[in-house]
Design a protein around this ligand. Structure first.
Ligand code: CP
Ligand code: NVA
Length: 323
């Protein structure tokens, strides 16, 4: 990393997927988030003064909604929030018309959607930055906070082994893998064939790691994926909007629960990660998620710091910020 062409500025860009940014840009965001995390809040109060962020959510949220609202407020900006029937991308009007209209009112738009495609259409038509707050395909803001947390715990991401256990086709798995591999980690998925990323997607992940040394592998055997891992990550078995598959998912993913026994195959220094919300007794157990090596609330806190960095980078030219 670092020997490539200089990273284009992040100002004015959209963030729909992790791969919208290259390794240098991701590292810039991480360094900025680390700086903001230790900086006094008082010094941040005017950084986004007079800016307004619209947050439009088709699905429920605790962390994403509150962390964005608090981030924007602490940076001196304003937030408006609409959820559910008030805003469903592409139902009352085309995504393009909604995007062009909102771009006349606000400085950036954070959207949580069911489908990814209307979000892409929305972003293409918007003239202000659009941020994906979770779609069926990706959860890039979660991944930013995840790699920030991993850096905090291990200092470096390159060379680490991250086991992702469970639904390896979901949004959180995809964005985590894209970020971690771009930054040089090896990601080992543990999943049944029904929840395994396609071969073409695994090849795409490997290509992301070409420069960084990162790579992806998928195992049907959970122990093989977790053995020697530095990080063991899981997420719910059934994502929002996929409830019709719940019974099948419960049956297929049961052998992939992160129990104390499975976590025991990871390195003694390994940490447990989960984007939350979690279901104790399903994808993991209380002894692991509430145990001493769980960093799930650091992840949750880091959502706010990572998104402060993202908002500043997309909305300003970062003048006067020394990272
Ligand atoms: N991790 C996460 O995105 O949580 P919420 O669904 O509560 O926003
Ligand atoms: N994969 C989960 C993540 C929730 C933050 C979902 O999409 O529901």
């Amino acid at each position: 990393m670092g020997e490539s062409t200089p990273a284009p500025a992040l100002f004015g860009r959209h963030f729909l997927e992790v791969t919208d940014f290259n390794a240098e840009q991701l590292m810039r965001l991480l360094r900025l988030a680390e700086y903001l995390k230790v900086q006094g809040r008082g010094e941040q109060r005017t950084l986004l003064r007079d800016r307004t962020l619209a947050m439009l959510f088709e699905k429920p949220s605790l962390r994403t909604r509150v962390s964005f609202e608090v981030a924007m407020t602490q940076l001196g900006g304003d937030v408006l929030f609409a959820q559910g029937q008030e805003f469903m991308v592409g139902t009352r009007e085309t995504p393009e018309d909604a995007a062009r209209t909102l771009s006349r009112y606000v400085d950036a738009i954070v959207i949580r959607t069911h489908e990814h495609e209307p979000l892409q259409r929305f972003a293409r038509a918007a003239s202000v930055p659009v941020i994906n707050a979770l779609s069926s395909r990706a959860h890039p803001c979660q991944a930013l906070a995840d790699v920030l947390t991993i850096r905090e715990k291990f200092g470096e991401i390159a060379g680490l082994r991250i086991a992702y256990v469970g639904d390896a086709r979901n949004n959180v798995a995809a964005s985590l893998a894209e970020a971690a591999i771009t930054l040089g980690a090896t990601v080992q998925f543990a999943c049944p064939p029904t929840h395994r990323p396609s071969e073409s997607y695994l090849a795409k992940l490997d290509a992301l790691g070409e420069r960084s040394g990162g790579s992806a592998r998928a195992f049907a055997n959970a122990v093989r994926a977790v053995r020697g891992a530095d990080v063991v990550y899981t997420d719910v078995w059934t994502s929002m909007g996929e409830e019709r598959y719940r019974e099948r998912n419960d049956a297929m993913l049961r052998p992939y629960a992160v129990t104390e026994e499975l976590f025991g195959y990871a390195r003694p220094t390994a940490v447990f990660m989960h984007c939350l919300p979690a279901h104790r007794g399903e994808e993991t157990v209380a002894a692991v998620i509430d145990g001493p090596r769980s960093v799930v609330f650091d992840q949750a806190e880091n959502r706010m710091h990572a998104q402060k960095a993202l908002l500043l980078a997309l909305l300003t030219e970062l003048k006067g910020i020394p990272v």
